[in-house]
Design a protein around this ligand. Structure first.
Ligand code: CTP
Length: 403
């Protein structure tokens, strides 16, 4: 995700410094080369050795260091950065950056960098809501600095409220966003994911093996590329993705209502959900008890949500999926034209490496003009980005009025 990226992490003094240690671990695991700068107060909480061990790079603490100054340390670091993160960022450091003060290694390097700067504040709630702090943050935002808002909760100082350093996973996600080319800015995505679950009684249900991973990967990748995203998800074990409005539904009928209500506000709709085609005709209110007889459950058809969207889609871009176990192209082609979609992602779920639960997929992309693209075995995140590339092309062609 971040391989080949040079990230400079500025760490300023606060109890949340321990979370910066975890952030460094996540950044390096994602492939980034991390260079840490610590302020004097940060070193009161954690020693430079901790960061040096995790990054395998020397930690910068002094503006005038005889060894680093051979290459003018702060300028070299400022130039090297693809992204500059300050986490935790104290009110003091943020005030200094906003005021144009550069009196230590951290603030001097930030002043000299042309890289995007992502600031993750951590402070007492009264400091965070102080009008002087608010002015500083506003000013920096106007100058293009990016912020990861702190979380609410119990603060180390005993107060409760906003001011906790955001979770390292969230800072990582925002770092990835900051480094991603935003070619979907202005688009409003509606993505569905996961299975639906149709209850037989309070204990049993009819459903399928969908994990939701492909739809979630598309939702996450679209947000990273600048889109606003709403995710309508059936029951999955996955956490709601950061920064994405996630609407949880259970049955196909609930999914239909949630989706159709949001079609007018969307420009791109991706229907990755594995919707149950049938539901029990009647749901028993109490648990159905067994008997010696065989049992038959009457099922009735669920509405086909994708087909319904296909009839009202207008100039929205509509992407459907097909899960097949044979005659992949023939079946998928029927769905492409029958449901009036612009692009169809066809999966043969019987292939090793495709299917519902894994992190990889194999697919064919069917286009309206008859083209078929083979997407070999790859991670779902990579496949999500290829699908988004095709959506970008379709949106551009739509804007030019091409078929
Ligand atoms: N779909 C839907 N509503 C349904 C069934 C399917 O919106 N009731 C959508 C899925 O989200 C997917 C596409 O239709 O984008 C194809 O789903 P799939 O399960 O492969 O096919 P079906 O149309 O259900 O046909 P079949 O089960 O006969 O293969």
């Amino acid at each position: 995700m971040l391989s080949g990226k040079q990230i400079v992490l500025g760490v300023s003094g606060g109890i949340a410094v321990y979370k910066a240690v975890e952030l460094v671990r996540l950044l390096t695991k994602a492939g980034a080369d991390v260079h840490v700068i610590m302020t004097r107060s940060a070193m009161e909480f954690v020693t430079p050795l901790t960061f040096q061990t995790l990054t395998s790079n020397p930690v910068h603490t002094e503006l005038f260091n005889l060894i680093a100054e051979r290459e003018i340390g702060h300028i070299a670091l400022a130039d090297r950065a693809d992204l500059f993160i300050v986490a935790p960022a104290t009110a003091n450091v943020i005030g200094k950056i906003a005021g144009g003060i550069a009196d230590d290694m951290l603030t001097t390097t930030i002043m000299a960098t042309k890289a995007p700067v992502l600031i993750a504040p951590a402070m007492n709630v009264n400091m965070y809501t102080n009008s002087l702090y608010r002015e500083n943050e506003e000013k920096l935002r106007c100058h293009g600095y990016l912020f990861v808002a702190p979380a609410k909760g119990m603060l180390a100082c005993g107060w409760e409220g906003e001011g906790k350093l955001q979770a390292p996973e969230v800072i990582l996600e925002e770092a990835i966003c900051a480094l991603t080319h935003r070619d979907l800015t202005g688009e409003r995505f509606l993505v569905t994911a996961g299975p639906t679950l149709e209850e037989i009684d309070p204990v049993r249900y009819v459903s399928n093996h969908s994990s939701g991973k492909m739809g979630y990967a598309i939702a996450r990748a679209a947000r990273r590329r600048g889109a606003e995203v709403v995710l309508v998800a059936g029951p999955t074990c996955l956490d709601d993705p950061w920064g994405i409005e996630t609407v949880r539904v259970t049955s196909a009928l609930e999914m239909r209502d949630a989706v159709l209500a949001r079609v007018p506000g969307s420009t791109v709709i991706v229907k990755a959900a594995a919707v149950a085609d049938y539901r029990p005709k009647a749901r028993a209110t109490g648990k159905i008890k067994k008997s010696t007889e065989a049992m038959t459950i009457d099922l009735e058809r669920n509405p086909d949500i994708l087909s319904e969207i296909g009839t009202v889609k207008g100039d929205r871009t509509l992407v459907g999926f097909a899960a097949e176990t044979g005659e992949l192209v023939e079946n998928a082609r029927k769905k492409l034209t029958g449901k009036n979609v612009d692009l169809l992602v066809a999966n043969d779920i019987s292939l090793e490496g495709a299917g519902f639960h894994g992190d990889t997929n194999i697919a064919k992309l069917l286009h309206r003009d008859g083209r078929i693209e083979d997407l070999p075995l790859m991670g779902k995140e990579r496949m999500a980005n290829i699908i988004l590339d095709r959506i970008v092309d379709l949106r551009k062609r739509g804007m030019r009025g091409e078929e």
